[in-house]
Design a protein around this ligand. Sequence first.
Ligand code: GUN
Ligand code: ZN
Length: 449
Amino acid sequence: TSFNPAGIRHVFRGTFVHSTPHCALQILEDALVGVDTDGKIAFVEKGEDLSRFVIDFNLSDIIQLSQHEFFMPGLVDTHIHAAQYSYAGTALDLPLLQWLNTYTFPVESQFKDLDFARKVYKQVVKRTLRNGTTTACYFATIHTNASLLLGEIANEFGQRALVGKVCMDRNPSVKHYKETLHESQEETCRFIAELLDKKYPLVKPVVTPRFAPSCTGALLGQLGAIAKNNNLHIQSHISENQEEVELVKDIFPESESYTDVYYKYNLLTDKTIMAHGCYLSNEELALFKETGASLSHCPNSNISLCSGILNVRNVLKHNVKLGLGTDVAGGYSASLLDALRRAQDSSKVLAMQDPELEPLSFEEAFRLATLGGSQALSLDGQIGNFEVGKDFDALRVNLLVPGGPIDLIQHEEAKVLVEKFLNLGDDRNIVEVFVAGRRVVPFTDSKSD
Ligand code: GUN
Ligand code: ZN
């Protein structure tokens, strides 16, 4: 079987690495990968079969990777607060609830100003794209117009994104940063309608109750209904910090658990992603599994805010879908490579305390950052690895860039190159980023200012 070259946009030849459900790190050496004009992967074949698969394709148009390059799937950030990028790298000296009141809510309230919002949102989209985040699941703020602007900017730069206008009708500490029940519901509907109306191919709305302590039961119920009626994604936070878990018990005494609060209001579906989950019981994890809801593991944030450490091995044992998140700015890094490293570090810390626990391998962390994230966002039919028919969301990685962070002493096999990049690499090594077959990094001149 050969293919019709008329519909092919790119053909690449070289090393491709990705994950499958059965293999955390599959290495395809001297692969031949075709991408069609719709941005989908048309074929994945062996380089030596070139002449059989690429009939009439101009050989000089085939892009040959060098020895120290490989393609990997784009990184999926399953949890990031775009507005909090404005203070990333600062203000990590308080536990969660005080941190929200002292830093987060005052900063987020500034996003009423669209000029400020534009500046920050452009920077966060550019920074994450350069870091290889081809898909981001964003929290914005309570402001509908600024949240729409985030969608517009993600579309303009070609990033795949879920964008959430934050909903909160309860805030006892910072009284000006909240909505009424009616406003929250009306503005959520306006946000969804206006974002869908733009028909951006890669940007979709996500229903976003901030977390149970910021919402009345009435609001949670309405948001559950809105998500159901429009078949939308849902995102929130759960069991991040012990004080927060106690607070939820006080506010929702009729619920058996934190998970049960969301469950009761129809907020746990197979399109739900909940950040953190450090203190979930096995019963709660079983409810995640049953409903198809997923978790976003945000280790930088968990450590930076002294929130807790998620037992990733136990989550995986319960077959709960799991991805990684930067949780900017509770997490100070906007790079998913940082999340991947910290996920391994924190699983090693737990393993030191419990010899029965097997720490995450780099291959498993790689899978969480790519295929795992796509599963957690229920997008694995479309992205996550290099299966034929999926969109080509990919990073071209070069280990040896001038002035880059990695040295190679001798020729290394592909697996070593991948491990070195995951542990030592940064955006300098990510020489090209593709989303749905379109090259979005390096930026074109008009976007680079
Ligand atoms: N819980 C509710 N809101 C937030 C937030 O903005 N960041 C984090 N890390 N946890 C939250
Ligand atoms: Zn968060």
